[in-house]
Structures are given as C-alpha cells and as structure tokens.
Design a protein around this ligand. Sequence first.
Ligand SMILES: Cc1cc2nc3c(=O)[nH]c(=O)nc-3n(C[C@H](O)[C@H](O)[C@H](O)COP(=O)(O)OP(=O)(O)OC[C@H]3O[C@@H](n4cnc5c(N)ncnc54)[C@H](O)[C@@H]3O)c2cc1C
Length: 454
Amino acid sequence: MSGSQYTSWGRYPQVNQRGVQLAWRTDSLPEITDEHANVLPWGNGRSYGDVCLNRGGLVIGTRALCHLLAFDPDTGIVRIEAGVTLAELLQLVVPAGWFLPVTPGTAFVTAGGALANDVHGKNHHLEGTFGCHVRAFELLRSDGSRLHCSPTENADYFAATIGGMGLTGLVTWVEIQLRPIPGPMLREESIRYANVDEFFRLSDGSDDDFEYTVSWVDCLASGDEAGRGLFSRANHVDAQHEDSTDLVLEPRLSMPFTPPFSLVNNLSLRAFNKLWYARQRKRRVQKNTHFSGFFYPLDAIGNWNRMYGPRGMLQYQCVLPGEAGRDAIGEMLARITRSGQGSFLAVLKVFGDKASPGMLSFPRPGVTLALDFPNRPDVFRLLDQLDAVTLEAGGAVYPAKDARMKAEVFRAGFPRWQEFANYIDPNFSSSFWRRVADDGPGMTAMDRRTDGDD
Ligand SMILES: Cc1cc2nc3c(=O)[nH]c(=O)nc-3n(C[C@H](O)[C@H](O)[C@H](O)COP(=O)(O)OP(=O)(O)OC[C@H]3O[C@@H](n4cnc5c(N)ncnc54)[C@H](O)[C@@H]3O)c2cc1C
C-alpha cells in the first residue's frame, strides 16, 4: 500500500511513510527492517494532526480487522475487531435497541482509534470518555505477545493503551458495553444565547436533565455580540421515524476534488457565521432528530476536509479547568476574533468530572473549545498564543487534533507522560510522539518542524 493513502484528516502535515495492511488479527506485526525504524497502527485517519502519522516509518492499516466477534442483544455487550468503524457497529446494534455509550462527532472512526485517543462526546458530563465503557481488549506487542487487558487484568497496560495514541502496541479487538435506547430518534432543543456567561448558565442548568449538551459559538462576532451562539441539548426519545435509509451512515454529497486554494477564508467565514446564527429566529426551537443528523452532521458530506485546499487545515482543541478556565475561554475567544481567523466549526462544551481511565486521556473537568483553521502562515502564531492561555489556565491541548504544539505544552498538560513512556512498545513510534516527548536520536529535524512550511 502506498503512503499517500495514509494521511490525517487535517491533511497537515503531509509526511512520507509506507503503509501495510494487517489482514487478520492472528497475523504477527511486520518485522522492523533497515527501510523503516518503527511502526504505528492506523485506524481511519480521522485524527487531524500527526498522532496517526509516522514520518519515515511504517503505518499498519487495521481496516481489514472488520469482524464482529460477539454481540449479546440482552446485555448490550459487544466484541468487535479494532478496524470496525462506529458507523458499521451502529448499523448492527441500533435496530436491536442499543447505542454507543460515547461517540465523537464522526462515525467514521474505528474502535481501535476511538480507544487509542480515548475520545469523548456530547455526554461527557454524564458518561465520561469512550474508555470508561471499554470492558477489555487484546494488545499485540512487537515481541509477538498478546496481552488480555481489562481494569483487573494487565491493568497498567489497560490504562496506558486507552488514550495511548497507538504507542503501546496494536489493539486487535475491543469489548464495550453499549447503552439501551428506545429508538433512533432524539428530542433536541436549540437555544440562542447572547454571550459566554449565558452559555455557562445554560450548560449548568442542562447537565442533570439532558444526556447530550454542546454548543456552537460564533467566534467572529465582536462587541455586544461577542460570544453568542446556539446551545443544543437532547435526549433519546421513543418517536417515529419513517425513513429507514437514514440508518445507512454514508456521505450523501462529496467534495469531488481539492480546489487549488482554500474555500474557507475570512469572507466565507463571516458570511457563514452570520447566517448560521440568524437561521434560528426564535430563542428556543424543539424538534425530533435522527441520531445521524444530531451526532454526525459533517459525515453527510464526504471529503469535506478538501475544502481547505492543498495546504489543509489545523484544528485546535483545548480544555481549561475550573473557574479560571471559564474566564480564560472569554479571553481566548476575544483573541481569535481579533485575529480575524475564525472557524465555522467552533464548539464549546463543559466536561464533567467522571475520571478518564487512560494515563494520557485528554478530557478532564473544565470547559473545552474546538475550532478549525485554514493552514495559513499566520495561524501558527495565533495557536502559540492560544497555547499560552491554555498553559496559564492549567489546561491541556488535545493530541488527536494537534499538529504543532511544542513539547513543553504537551508535557505540562499530560504530567504522566514519563510514566506512560515505560509502556511504549520498543518498535512503535509516531511523528507526534517524537515531536512532543522524545528527545532521543530518533527525533529528526523534520519531526521538529511546527512552522507550517512542511
Ligand atoms: C469530523 C470529526 C469530528 C470529530 N469529533 C470528535 C469528538 O467529538 N471527540 C473526540 O474525542 N474526537 C473527535 N474527533 C477525532 C477522532 O474521533 C479521533 O481522532 C479518533 O481517534 C480517530 O479514529 P481513527 O479510527 O480514524 O484513528 P486514526 O486517526 O487513524 O488513529 C488515531 C490514533 O489511534 C491509533 N490507533 C488506531 N487504530 C489502532 C489500533 N488498532 N491499535 C492501537 N492504536 C490504534 C493510531 O496509532 C493513532 O495514534 C473528530 C474527528 C473528525 C474528523
């Protein structure tokens, strides 16, 4: 398989790496050769930056590990191979009355990728992360050993691998506990809010009664309109849905090619944000929504990342803890507005206090902000400034979305990184890890580049 098929979702950085597919979960890992110094598992490339990249090394595609191994429709316990996507799993379990306990904003991630980044969703305030619902998995190490990991068996590898960014070995299968649902529909409420203080009031007032809460914030609005947005909250509901084709989670439209320049620019962003906010005239709107539209609106457009042109995009997601974090979010939004480099996918959400099981899990109590930026030379300076605000507030930047944070930012946000390093498989590495944690001889000048001129 050629390396060009193994890119990340942000399409930055573009790296030269080779890829092979693991055909069966009983296969052994490829040998380390002179051609490649190390390997890294690759799920479906829905990470934005370089956690799924391995410049100069080998990535091991896992999509052929696509089998259902066991499903008990009475208990909702399911065991799947690591290359099964959440979309594939949902098609099987939703008709049986079960749903993912935690889902990210795209269903096109694999079970192995969801585990390795310990992903979070709109119900973090109640259910914590994906890893909180993992009962067990198998970890294949490069010495050929296969570790059965659970909270009680090889518990240290369990904690290191959940959120371990593929560095501890290759996960071959995952067993998770699903949650029951009355059907595929949700009752959703969308509420306009005027500023960040109102966002926090809505969030605090919704956490007990709504399983899902999230908000879109207009990061380009300034003056009196600064921090305005739409707050969305929802619960599963037993309601009719006529169109069974919705269960096929596939893009309906697709961006057929990469335009020579980014279609996302100041003009289109301003127009989009204004229209998006104005599209809801009433303060509060309620409706029944199919889960695919509620959780995965972007999945309806295939290859939407191509809109950002050949230079790709960068996503920034941070979490800022405590009261200080609430103040700092306002400052961060003000900086972004002043820079004029907005995003149409600006998301605000308050995480709850359910502990994540992984040593390097990103979610923690606090408020999280996520935004996309076209890759322009000036964006790197802005993102460094946002890092400074994050560090000052005692927060962290999400590795799954990152392509450029400096080592000191990662190390401050993930204080267990040295303890974690003891569990890394000696033959595994990634561009991300060499950039933020590995000062050794394996680190190349290209790994260190964070200036956007890759
Ligand atoms: C539109 C969109 C919305 C998103 N929304 C969210 C969100 O709401 N919340 C959130 O947390 N994230 C979100 N993400 C990020 C995404 O959920 C994560 O990056 C996820 O880990 C990607 O999974 P993947 O299968 O594509 O894995 P990849 O991106 O290919 O790999 C991710 C990591 O997993 C490792 N890995 C993959 N398979 C295995 C395996 N079998 N064994 C061991 N390690 C493995 C890789 O080495 C890599 O370090 C979003 C991404 C997109 C594109």
